[in-house]
Design a binder for this molecule. Structure first.
Ligand SMILES: Nc1ncnc2c1ncn2[C@@H]1O[C@H](COP(=O)(O)OP(=O)(O)OP(=O)(O)O)[C@@H](O)[C@H]1O
Ligand SMILES: [Mg+2]
Length: 365
């Protein structure tokens, strides 16, 4: 087991910076998800930790030891790829045991460790089957087995569920988290899928163009996004933004959006000029005829347990998640109530969250 720490890690390909000034610590036994859209530098970060790519600058520590210039094979890290190649001419048992064979581990020990790994992954019953006939989920379990059997200090996984169909993915998300609860191996898991990250990770690093925009627990990232980018990337539908112009002052506890005065968590910014956005999650909006924040029903999407209702306001389209037994007419005018203690404020120029009592708590909590 091990702690991974990266400090000011940077990777440049020619003049293009794929990863910029990344710093974070994955504590012993923790599961970190590196989350972001295609091309944001997730794989590059992982490859540097694995030792498959040399950083342009910055440091990588494994259990406090500087491994920045150590070869991959000297790092005791297991890397699970999206398209993990199994040896088609070997059965499951030999595929899982292969890394031990190449390390010269005695046969009896190899056998015991392969069987223990298979039990962990609940694939004992297929140990003597050929891998060529296996379904996607089982192939991925075998691939994981090959990583686990080595008992590495930590696991790096690059979209390991990317090729599975939706049903298998859901099963594997659950299984991977269960497995992590059992073996507590320090893990860095790369994904572009917010649901995977939220469901599995202890901590999430949200990446954007090579930069880590926010690092925190899934709860922190969801409820106190550090930027409009994070607020928009996380949540489905994402956070709504109601833009308005105000000279927002320190101590403000209400803002004027169109005709409505909206109570917000106390603002801790000295002064804010220019365009500001009020951020509200769909589940923090209620319909209330008395509200002066008004809009016209644009449409609704029925989801069974609830529905997503789109409302066109003067500040743009707003999506509300409300109970599915409410009915609306398209074009009908409604009033919107926003849950004041949950609202975030953002500077539209920098895109950063404006400090407020909501965010103050986060730092101390
Ligand atoms: N060897 C390389 N040479 C030049 N550019 C590279 C190289 N490897 C990666 N890049 C570029 O660096 C950026 C980050 O790539 P990376 O593979 O880390 O992204 P990613 O977040 O893993 O994306 P995806 O979700 O598509 O896998 C991309 O713009 C990519 O084109
Ligand atoms: Mg990638």
């Amino acid at each position: 087991m091990a702690e991974i720490r990266i400090e000011n890690l940077r990777k440049q390909f020619g003049s293009f910076a794929a990863v910029e000034d990344s710093s974070f610590t994955v504590h012993d036994g923790e599961f970190l998800a590196l989350l972001g859209p295609s091309g944001c530098g997730k794989t590059t970060t992982l490859r540097m930790i694995a030792g498959l790519e040399l950083p342009t600058s910055g440091k990588i520590y494994l259990d406090g030891e500087d491994v920045t210039f150590n070869r991959a094979s000297a790092r005791d890290i297991a890397f699970v790829f999206q398209l993990f190649a199994l040896y088609p001419h070997m059965n499951v048992r030999r595929n899982i045991g292969f890394p031990l064979l190449s390390q010269g581990v005695p046969k009896a020990e190899t056998r015991a460790r392969v069987e223990e790994t298979a039990r962990l992954l609940q694939i004992s019953h297929i140990l003597d089957r050929s891998v060529s006939g296996l379904a996607g989920g089982d192939r991925q379990r075998v691939a994981l087995g090959r990583a686990i059997v080595r008992r590495p200090k930590c696991f790096l996984m690059d979209e390991p569920l990317g090729t599975l169909d939706a049903e298998f993915r859901e099963v594997m998300v659950h299984e991977l988290r269960e497995l992590h609860n059992r073996i507590h191996a320090t893990t860095v898991y790369v994904t572009h899928d917010q649901h995977e990250a939220m469901a599995m990770a202890d901590k999430i690093a949200v990446m954007n163009h090579g930069v880590i925009e926010q690092y925190g627990t899934p709860q922190e990232i969801y409820s106190r996004p550090a930027s409009m980018y994070v607020a928009d990337f996380i949540g489905s539908p994402p956070m709504n933004f109601l833009r308005f112009t105000s000279g927002l002052k320190n101590g403000a506890t209400a803002v004027r959006v169109g005709e409505a005065e909206i109570v917000v968590p106390e603002v801790r910014a000295d002064k804010q000029e220019g365009e500001v956005a009020l951020g509200v999650r769909p589940e923090h909006i209620r319909f209330n005829d008395a509200s002066r924040l008004r809009g016209a029903i644009y449409g609704s999407e029925y989801l069974g347990t609830n529905q997503i209702v789109s409302v066109e306001t003067m500040q743009g389209m707003v999506k509300a998640r409300v109970s599915s037994d409410q009915t609306f007419r398209i074009g009908e005018t409604v009033g919107l109530d926003l849950a004041s203690e949950k609202l975030a404020l953002f500077d539209c120029v920098s895109g950063k969250a404006i400090p407020s009592s909501l965010y103050q708590e986060a730092r101390h909590g």
